[in-house]
Design a protein around this ligand. Structure first.
Ligand code: AMP
Ligand code: MN
Ligand code: MN
Ligand code: MN
Length: 278
């Protein structure tokens, strides 16, 4: 059975390893098919692809796009995208601008609870000056001893209702994300549905709308799901007729639940997104 990992991050977004290190680690961990899916940025793809080819890994281009749907963040994975597609490149740049504006608001809210210079602190962790993430703030809050780890930061700060997290932030709409992916020749996958805090009615509407716009798959096995959620979203995939995707959502050794290529096997009753790739 192929070892497939179609969701992970490098320091082009909020991971810690550079794209070449991510691919090398994936190879070491036994991955056969890999996609690097940085948030809202595809500038790591060419390096990753080159190293993958050198190491004899099958490589799939990818990105994870930040969307607002029913007032919450939803992540859409685009796979098999043409990374020279101008509409996609320009669209992702607009999201990174939203990230920059949000970073000022996060820093202001943290200042309000007595944490000064958070933007400067977060920027120390940003290697790609085009993209700033809440994770960069989280690493800085750990550095100054505000919390003991990144998970604790997201529990106490940066999340809705918490300092640094109550920010009216409009990402792009679901149809735009899917259209950009399709315009670049790719396929759209709904990332880690188990992370969203929707009602059952909202979830059904999300799955239906995603499908209506041409989304073809959902993540079932992901570092963001519990084993119970693997089963729950396997049922959702079968009910809605989605293909299933798998990805560690690896960011770095200490912060991620699952390492690259260390995912549980996909049940054979499910149809994977890569069923017709090779
Ligand atoms: P952003 O895209 O800047 O809003 O940041 C979202 C990122 O924060 C996610 O992609 C994860 O990498 C990270 N994240 C979100 N929630 C948590 C959490 N509870 N614990 C650790 N990391 C988290
Ligand atoms: Mn992330
Ligand atoms: Mn995500
Ligand atoms: Mn991710």
């Amino acid at each position: 059975m192929l070892n497939v990992d179609l969701h992970c991050h490098s320091n082009i977004s909020d991971g810690l390893l550079n794209p070449s290190e991510v691919v090398t680690r994936a190879k070491f961990n036994g991955v056969d098919i890999l996609a690097l899916t940085d948030h809202d940025d595809i500038s790591g793809v060419n390096t990753a692809k080159k190293i993958a080819i050198d190491l004899g890994l099958r490589y799939v281009t990818g990105v994870e796009i930040s969307v607002t749907w029913a007032q919450q963040i939803v992540h859409i994975i685009g796979l098999k995208i043409d990374v020279t597609n101008i509409a996609l490149i320009k669209g992702l740049a607009t999201i990174r601008d939203v990230r920059k504006r949000r970073a000022y608001d996060i820093a202001k809210q943290l200042l309000g609870v007595g944490i000064p210079n958070a933007l400067e602190g977060a920027l120390k962790y940003v290697t790609n000056f085009n993209l700033i993430s809440r994770v960069h703030f989280a690493r800085y809050l750990v550095e100054i001893g505000q919390c003991i780890n990144v998970q604790e930061v997201f529990r106490d700060y940066l999340s809705p209702g918490k300092p640094g997290g109550d920010i009216q932030c409009q990402w792009i709409c679901l149809s735009d994300a899917i259209n950009w992916i399709h315009g670049a020749g790719g396929i759209a996958i709904l990332a880690h549905p188990g992370r969203y805090k929707y009602t059952q009615l909202e979830f059904d509407a999300l799955f239906n709308e995603f499908k209506q716009y041409g989304g073809i798959g959902i993540e079932v096995i992901t570092g963001s799901h519990t084993p119970a959620q693997y089963e729950e979203y396997a049922r959702v995939a079968q009910y809605f007729g989605f293909l299933v995707s798998v990805g560690s959502d690896f960011h770095c050794p200490n912060e991620s639940r699952i390492d690259l290529g260390k995912l549980p096997k996909l049940p054979i009753s499910l149809k994977p997104v890569w069923y017709n790739w090779y």
